[in-house]
Design a protein around this ligand. Structure first.
Ligand SMILES: NC(=O)c1ccc[n+]([C@@H]2O[C@H](COP(=O)([O-])OP(=O)(O)OC[C@H]3O[C@@H](n4cnc5c(N)ncnc54)[C@H](OP(=O)(O)O)[C@@H]3O)[C@@H](O)[C@H]2O)c1
Length: 168
């Protein structure tokens, strides 16, 4: 049985990006993202994929779009959340892993949060203006299972905490 995990970095005001780009420099979070997702299927929206610009190496990437004409080398293009999950589950079995990650952006987190088993959240101590947000994390549905806080260093422009939430 596969589990579904959403992975996101969000500011205090839930902002995750603006104008289809990330809006902070946080190298520690990029390393954290890489370590958790490596070797796994990763579902993302077409806008997030365009913002990254290429398939993330070492992961099986599935891109959600309603555009019937899009085809992307080395990426599985999927047309619905159901197709994304079905294809990602097949990939997880092939890769021999238990988890599927959903890596954003805002629209895509909202499509999957109600079905997710786990949230891997980086809370960033900033309050930027942005047009993409993470949906509310309802404490009645999610319990904090793990957290670790860090003070900013040379590679990071803000303090941050890694928090894991599990479905109650
Ligand atoms: N901080 C973080 O952790 C993090 C992580 C990821 C992304 N981001 C940021 O989030 C922003 C992008 O988020 P976003 O909400 O604008 O876009 P998005 O969620 O990345 O992608 C939205 C696109 O997904 C497709 N889509 C949505 N619902 C669908 C459905 N039901 N069936 C099929 N396809 C569907 C559509 O693609 P088509 O238009 O092609 O049909 C839609 O335009 C950027 O600023 C990015 O930097 C931040």
């Amino acid at each position: 049985m596969t589990e579904l995990a959403l992975i996101a970095a969000k500011a205090k005001n839930d902002v995750i990006g603006d104008d289809n780009r990330l809006i902070w420099r946080l190298k520690s979070d990029l390393k954290h993202f890489r370590a958790l997702t490596m070797g796994h299927p990763v579902i993302m929206g077409r806008k997030t994929f365009q913002s990254i610009g290429k398939p993330l190496p070492g992961r099986s990437i599935l891109v959600l779009t309603r555009d019937p004409d899009i085809s992307i080398p080395d990426v599985a293009v999927v047309k619905s959340p159901e197709e994304a999950l079905e294809r990602a589950r097949i990939e997880a079995v092939k890769l021999g892993v238990k988890s599927i990650f959903v890596a954003g952006g805002g629209e895509i987190y909202r499509l999957f949060i109600d079905q997710a088993d786990r949230l891997e959240i980086t809370d960033v101590a900033l309050e930027p203006v942005g047009d993409a947000t993470f949906p509310p994390i309802d404490p009645a549905r999610w319990k904090l299972a793990k957290e670790a806080s860090f003070t900013k260093s040379g590679d990071d422009e803000a303090d941050f905490s890694f928090r894991t939430y599990l479905r109650r």
